[in-house]
Write a protein that binds this ligand. Structure first.
Ligand code: ADP
Ligand code: MG
Length: 271
């Protein structure tokens, strides 16, 4: 059971770059906020794309996830609001690329984010229902910190030739984390992204993934949609930039499916 002031923490992970992690974090977060669920996006990628995509300029990131991991700031101090009501962000800066080296040999290095989030919740400061962590394209210390802090993983998967191969590597990592750092970590779901219905390979890969992963795969598929790729340069989620476009509509559906899964899980846990 989740304690009243503890957000449900979902980590958006895939060690491949360009598969839609950041896009999913931003738009799923926006959709959750839009249905009234206060949501925090935690940007733990040194590229800071989630921060930029939500309109937080580089000079507006005085305190960031780097300061939190280094124990120089609390989560409460580093969080800031976005232009979207009920959506906040803990931004990232390029400093973060040095964090890995700086934390070598540091005590509890894998639990830096978890400890900071626990402290935030313990003081009753969290007003968030969900926290979505946007990971870098690697399975190193930053992603491990995210997985150690999370309740569940959401995996964006692009429908391309090596998708399943990459997925099994990710599943191994999740298993390692479950066996050591975080036994409660589960897979919330796998979301097929940038789906191109004109491409036969897209269909084939989607079918393969569904065959291997069964109902772990969300019914909602995110189509390839140019409006989605235009939105970040305006510092806006696609959902705000063009609510009616097929990509935005798909993310709204995905949020519905995600909430439904969360409710079933909570009901099962309460039994
Ligand atoms: P990641 O965070 O996994 O590296 P991004 O979310 O940044 O991936 O997506 C990679 C690129 O693809 C970005 O330029 C993004 O705008 C674009 N993109 C993501 N999803 C879609 C989509 N459904 N349709 C079109 N472009 C997309
Ligand atoms: Mg990204």
């Amino acid at each position: 059971m989740t304690e009243p002031n503890k957000p449900r923490v979902l980590v958006i992970a895939n060690q491949k770059g360009g598969v839609g992690k950041t896009t999913t974090a931003i738009n799923l977060g926006t959709a959750l906020a839009a249905v009234g669920e206060p949501t925090l996006i935690i940007d733990i990628d040194p590229q800071g794309n989630a921060s930029t995509g939500l309109g937080i300029g580089r000079n507006e990131r005085d305190l960031s996830i780097y300061d939190v991991l280094m124990g120089q700031a609390s989560v409460a101090e580093a969080i800031q609001p976005t232009r979207i009501p009920k959506l906040s962000i803990l931004p990232a800066t390029v400093d973060l690329s040095g964090a890995e080296l700086e934390l070598i040999g540091a005590e509890g290095r894998n639990y830096r984010l978890k400890d900071a989030l626990d402290e935030y919740s313990a003081h009753g400061q969290s007003q968030f229902k969900y926290a979505l962590i946007d990971c870098p394209p690697s399975l190193t210390l930053l992603t491990v910190n995210a997985m150690a802090a999370a309740d569940a993983v959401i995996v964006p998967l692009q429908c391309e030739f090596f998708a399943l191969e990459g997925l099994s590597q990710l599943l191994n990592t999740i298993e390692l984390v479950r066996n050591g750092l975080n036994p409660v970590l589960e897979i919330q779901g796998i979301v097929l992204t940038m789906f191109d219905k004109r491409n036969k390979l897209s269909d084939q890969v989607a079918a393969d993934v569904r065959e291997h992963m069964g109902d772990k795969v969300y019914d909602t598929v995110i189509p390839r949609n140019v409006r989605i790729s235009e939105a970040p340069s305006h510092g806006l989620p696609a959902l705000v930039y063009d609510l009616k476009c097929p990509g935005s509509q798909a993310y709204i559906k995905l949020a519905g499916e995600m909430i439904q899964r969360e409710r079933s899980r909570a009901a099962e846990a309460a039994e």
